[in-house]
Design a protein around this ligand. Structure first.
Ligand code: B3K
Ligand code: ZN
Length: 869
C-alpha cells in the first residue's frame, strides 16, 4: 500500500477530545507495560466511532468505563472503537500496551539510549507508545507514574512536578509526576536512567524560585556547566526582551547520545542530543559553545512559543519553529555580535534553504501537502520561517512587534493556534496592513529582485528600478507578487553615506517592493551613488544588480553595514570563481584578479579593528556555497577553481597572513567574544598558510601547542585540506586520544569524510568498521556519511557513480533501522536536476534502486517519489 498524503485544506476539528490522561509505565528495556487511562469527551454529537492513532506495539487490553471492550477494529496504524451503542458523551478508556524499547532503533516513541530509556514524541511518536488522538489540537492534563529497577534507573523523570514516590519490595521504585499545564501529546516525555546531575536555581522576575537540573552521563559533569549558564541567560533574556517568565517550579534537561535531531522542548523536561549540552575547552570548539547556547535557548523559548501556545495542526509548524528560531537568533544577537550572527545565518540560509527551494522538496513555510511530517522539519519551515518573522519585525519595528507579541500571547495562551492567528495579532496590534505580506506563508521559492539604476546629474536625481519575480518551483508553478522589505543605502565614491530624500523629505531606507516593477526616486543626490542593496539581508531573496568590481570594492571598504561589507566580498569571490570556471571549462589558463587581492589585503590590514568580521570576510565560501550560484552545478570544476583561488590568495598574501597569525596568539582559553574572534581570525590565516611553504611546520606546531579543541581542530583541518605531510600523524594522534568519545570523534569522522584525496570513498568505507563508529547512532551517521554526501561534492558526485552507490547502499540499511535519519541523508541525492545529464542518470538509477525496496519507509518514499517525478 502506498503511503497517503494529508492536505492542509482538509483540516477538521476532532470529533472527540481527551481532557485528562493518566499513564502508568512499568519500565524495562526488553518489555515495558503501559497503562493509559483517557478521559474522553465527545465534541461532535453525530460521531459514532472513535479512531485512535497507534502502531509498533502489542495491544494487551481495552476497557471502557471499567468494562472490557472488544467492539473495535485494529489496523497497522490505528484502533477504531465502534460507539453506536454507547450514548454517553463522556467516558473513560483504559488501554494497555506492551513495548520493546531496546528493539526500537527508530528513536521515536519509547526507546533505549545507552543504558537509559527515553522518549521522542514530536511529531507523531506518542502513537508508538499507546493509542491516542495523537494530534496537536488535543490538549490534555497529564499524570504519569513510572516504575523501574532502582539500581539501574535511579532517576525516573516526566513532565511537570514530582508529586509522589516510593520503593517496592522487589528492588524497583516508582515516581509520580503531574503536569498542571494543558499540552498536546507531542510534548509528553519520559526518561529513566542513571546520571550525574548538575543543579542550580533561577529566580524569575516575579520572584519565584525555579529548580534547574541538567542530567548527563556519569563522568560528564565537567561538561555541563556551560549549558546551565546558557539556560540562565535564556531565562533572563526572555523576561527582559519579551516579558515572558517561566511557569513551572522545575526545569530539567537530559542529555542522551542517541537522538535523531538536536533537542526536544517537552514541557519541563527537555531531552537533548548530548552534542548540544556537553562542552568543555578540551572537547568543544568555539562553534560548539555557541551552538549549545543557542539550542538551549531555542528549546527554552519554546515554553511560550510552542508549548503554552502550540500548533493547531502540523501544517502550522512554522508558527512555533519560525518564531522560536527568530527568538533564538535575537538572543544570540543581543548577547554576542549582531552582525556576525546575521552573516552566519544568511550563509546558512543561502546554502541550504535556497537549495531546498530549487529542489523537488520545495514547499512554502506553511506546507500544503505532507506524507511524512518528520520530512517537514526543514530549513524552509525553520530558517525561512524565521526570516518571515524578521521581515514582520522590520516592517513593524521592535515596539509594535512586541505589542503584537503581547496580543498574540493574550489571545492564544493555552490554545492550539494557526499562523493566521499570529499575523492577525501583529496586524491588529500595529495597525500595519499585512494582507499582501501573508503570501509569504503560502508561496514557495526564492524571489529574485532585478535592480537597475540611473542617475540624472542635472536634476541630481537617482532612480532604482526594481523588478520582482519568483521562479516556478517543483510544488507550485504560478507565483504572485510578494511584499518585500528592501533595505538600502547609497554611498558616494569616497565612501560617504548619502541621504535618502524624496523632494525635500527624508525617506525610509526600507523600500516596500510590492509590484512586478517599481521605480524608487531619490532627490538631491550630489553624485552617482553606489547602492548597497538588501542591507542586513532584509528579505530572503536573491538580488540581481550588475555591480562592477570597483563598486563592490567601494562597499567592501566603506559600507557602514557589516553585512553589506561581507556580502560585497562574497560577490567578489563568486564573480572570481565564475570567471575562472568558464576559463577552466574551456581549457584556458586561470587568472586571479588583482582587484580582489587588493580588497582582501585591505581587510587583512584592518583586521584588528574587528577580527570576527575580518575572519568571516576572509573565509572562502565552501564548494557547496559556490554551487548555489549555478543552475547546473559542475562539482569537479568548482573544486578545481576553489583550490586554485585558495592557493592564489595564500601565496599572494602569505606575509600578511603570517603577521596577523602571529599578532593574534592568545594565552589560555576563555569563551569570550574578544578571544573567540581572535582565534577565528588566526585560524583562518592558518587555513590559508597551510597551502604555502611554511604550512607543514606551522600546522604541526599549532596542533601541538593547542590547549583547546578549537585550535586542535583548526590544525587538523588545515593539515587535511592541504594534504600536508604531517596529516596522518596528527589524525592518528587525535584518534588515539579520543577514540572513546563519540562526540569528539564526530569531528574526526567529518574531516575524514571531506578529505580531498582521490581514495576518500575507500577510506570512508573502511571507517564504517572503526572502533568508534556505530551505525545505530545518528550523530556518527551524520558525521561520516552525511558529511561525505553533502560536503564532499567532488567525491560524492564522482562521475563513475561510486559516491551515489555508496549512499544508496547505506540508505538501504537505514531504511530498516532509522528511516527518519535516512530521509535526512538522502537529501544530496534528490537534487539531481541540478547536475548534468550523465550524473542525473546515475542519481536516478540510485533512487530507482531504493524505490524498488518492498519495505520502503514513507519518509524515504515521499522524497524519492518527488525526485523521480
Ligand atoms: N521541536 C523539535 C523538533 C522535532 C523534530 C521531529 N522530527 C526541536 C525544536 O525544533 O526545537
Ligand atoms: Zn524548535
Amino acid at each position: 500500500m502506498q503511503p497517503k498524503a494529508k492536505f492542509r485544506k482538509d483540516y477538521r476539528q476532532p470529533d472527540f477530545t481527551i481532557t485528562d490522561i493518566y499513564l502508568d509505565f512499568q519500565l524495562d528495556p526488553e518489555e515495558t507495560l503501559v497503562t493509559s487511562r483517557l478521559s474522553v469527551q465527545r465534541k461532535n454529537p453525530e460521531a459514532t466511532s472513535l479512531r485512535l492513532d497507534g502502531h509498533s506495539f502489542e495491544l494487551v487490553s481495552v476497557k471502557l468505563n471499567g468494562e472490557t471492550f472488544s467492539n473495535y477494529q485494529q489496523d497497522n496504524e490505528s484502533l477504531t472503537l465502534a460507539l453506536e451503542n454507547f450514548p454517553s458523551d463522556q467516558f473513560e478508556l483504559e488501554i494497555k500496551t506492551l513495548l520493546q524499547p531496546s528493539k526500537n532503533t527508530s528513536l521515536q516513541g519509547l526507546y533505549q539510549s545507552g543504558d537509559g530509556i527515553c522518549t521522542q514524541c514530536e511529531a507523531e511518536g506518542f502513537r508508538q507508545i499507546t493509542y491516542m488522538l495523537d494530534r496537536p489540537d488535543v490538549l490534555a492534563k497529564y499524570r504519569t507514574k513510572l516504575t523501574a529497577c532502582k539500581s539501574k534507573y535511579p532517576y525516573l523523570l516526566s513532565n511537570g512536578n514530582r508529586i509522589a514516590q516510593g520503593d517496592l519490595d522487589d528492588g524497583r521504585h516508582w515516581v509520580e509526576w503531574e503536569d498542571p499545564f494543558l499540552k498536546p501529546s507531542y510534548l509528553f516525555a519520559v526518561v529513566a536512567g542513571d546520571f550525574d546531575l548538575l543543579q542550580d536555581k533561577f529566580t524569575t522576575m516575579s520572584g519565584r524560585e525555579v529548580d534547574l537540573e541538567i542530567y548527563v552521563d556519569r563522568g560528564n559533569l565537567d561538561r555541563a556547566s556551560w549549558a546551565m549558564a546558557s539556560l540562565k541567560r535564556s531565562m533572563k533574556w526572555d523576561e527582559e526582551r519579551f516579558g515572558l517568565e517561566y511557569d513551572l517550579d522545575i526545569y530539567m534537561i537530559v542529555a542522551v547520545d542517541f537522538f535523531n535531531m538536536g533537542a526536544m522542548e517537552n514541557k519541563g523536561l527537555n531531552i537533548f542530543n548530548s552534542k548540544f549540552v556537553l562542552a568543555n575547552p578540551q572537547t568543544a570548539t568555539d562553534e560548539d559553545y555557541m551552538n549549545v547556547e543557542s539550542v538551549i535557548a531555542h528549546e527554552y523559548f519554546h515554553n511560550w512559543t510552542g508549548n503554552r501556545i502550540t500548533c493547531r495542526d502540523w501544517f502550522q509548524l512554522s508558527l512555533k519553529e519560525g518564531l522560536t528560531v527568530f527568538r533564538d537568533q535575537e538572543f544570540t544577537s543581543d548577547l554576542w555580535s549582531r552582525s556576525a550572527k546575521r552573516i552566519e545565518d544568511v550563509r546558512f540560509l543561502r546554502a541550504f534553504q535556497f537549495a531546498e527551494d530549487a529542489s523537488p522538496m520545495a514547499h512554502p513555510i506553511r506546507p500544503e501537502k505532507v506524507i511524512e511530517m518528520n520530512n517537514f522539519y526543514t530549513v524552509t519551515v525553520y530558517e525561512k520561517g524565521a526570516e518571515v518573522i524578521r521581515m514582520i519585525h522590520t516592517l513593524l519595528g521592535e515596539e509594535k512587534f512586541q505589542k503584537g507579541m503581547k496580543l498574540y500571547v493574550a489571545e492564544n495562551d493555552g490554545k492550539a493556534a494557526t499562523c493566521e492567528d499570529f499575523v492577525s495579532a501583529m496586524e491588529r496590534a500595529s495597525g500595519i496592513d499585512l494582507q499582501q505580506f501573508r503570501r509569504w506563508y503560502s508561496q514557495s521559492g526564492t524571489p529574485e529582485l532585478t535592480v537597475a539604476d540611473e542617475y540624472d546629474e542635472k536634476r541630481q536625481t537617482y532612480r532604482l528600478h526594481v523588478a520582482q519575480m519568483t521562479p516556478a518551483t517543483a510544488d507550485q508553478v504560478e507565483k504572485v507578487n510578494l511584499h518585500i522589505p528592501l533595505k538600502i543605502a547609497l554611498y558616494g565614491q569616497n565612501g560617504e553615506k548619502l541621504k535618502l530624500q524624496h523632494e525635500l523629505l527624508t525617506v525610509s531606507d526600507v523600500l516596500d517592493v510590492i509590484h512586478d516593477n517599481q521605480t524608487f526616486e531619490f532627490h538631491n543626490v550630489p553624485q552617482r551613488p553606489v547602492p548597497a542593496l538588501l542591507c542586513d539581508f532584509s528579505a530572503p531573496v536573491r538580488i540581481d544588480y550588475n555591480y562592477t568590481t570597483e563598486q563592490l570594492n567601494t562597499l567592501l571598504k566603506y559600507a557602514e553595514n557589516d553585512f553589506v561589507r561581507w556580502d560585497a566580498a562574497q560577490t567578489l569571490f563568486i564573480n572570481e570563481l565564475k570567471a575562472n570556471l568558464t576559463r577552466h571549462q574551456q581549457g584556458e589558463t586561470m587568472t586571479f584578479s588583482p582587484e580582489l587581492l587588493d580588497g582582501l589585503t585591505l581587510v587583512l590590514e584592518n583586521a584588528n579593528q574587528d577580527p570576527e568580521l575580518a575572519a568571516l570576510t576572509l573565509t572562502l565560501p565552501k564548494e557547496t556555497e559556490f554551487a548555489e550560484s549555478f543552475k547546473v552545478i559542475d562539482p569537479a570544476g568548482i573544486a578545481v577553481v576553489r583550490d586554485f583561488m585558495q592557493h592564489q590568495i595564500a601565496e599572494a598574501l602569505k606575509d600578511r597572513f603570517l603577521v596577523t597569525y602571529n599578532q593574534n596568539k592568545l594565552t589560555g582559553y576563555r569563551v569570550e567574544a574578544e578571544d573567540m574572534a581572535k582565534r577565528a581570525l588566526r585560524n583562518v590565516c592558518l587555513s590559508y598558510l597551510a597551502f604555502t611553504d611554511v604550512g607543514n611546520t606551522l600546522v604541526h606546531k599549532h596542533y601541538h601547542q593547542a590547549d583547546n579543541m578549537t585550535d586542535t581542530l583548526a590544525a587538523l583541518s588545515a593539515a587535511t585540506k592541504a594534504q600536508l605531510p604531517c596529516r596522518d600523524q596528527l589524525l592518528t594522534d587525535f584518534e588515539e586520544k579520543w577514540h572513546h568519545d563519540g562526540l569528539v570523534m564526530d569531528k574526526w569522522f567529518a574531516l575524514q569524510a571531506t578529505r580531498p584525496d582521490d581514495n576518500v570513498l575507500e577510506l570512508v568505507q573502511g571507517l564504517l568498521s572503526h572502533r568508534s563508529f556505530n551505525l545505530k547512532n545518528p550523530n556518527r551517521l551524520r558525521a561520516l556519511i552525511g558529511s561525505f554526501a553533502s560536503q564532499n561534492s567532488r567525491a560524492f558526485h564522482a562521475i563513475d557513480g561510486s559516491g551515489y552507490r555508496f549512499l544508496v547502499d547505506m540508505l538501504i540499511k537505514l531504511n530498516e533501522t532509522n528511516p527518519q535519519v535516512a530521509a535526512r541523508l538522502i537529501e544530496p541525492l534528490i537534487k539531481l536536476s541540478r547536475y548534468d545529464a550523465q550524473r542525473q542518470t546515475l542519481m536516478r538509477r540510485g533512487l530507482e534502486r531504493l524505490k524498488g525496496l518492498d519495505n520502503l519507509a514513507r519518509d524515504l518514499f515521499e522524497k524519492i517519489e518527488k525526485a523521480l517525478q
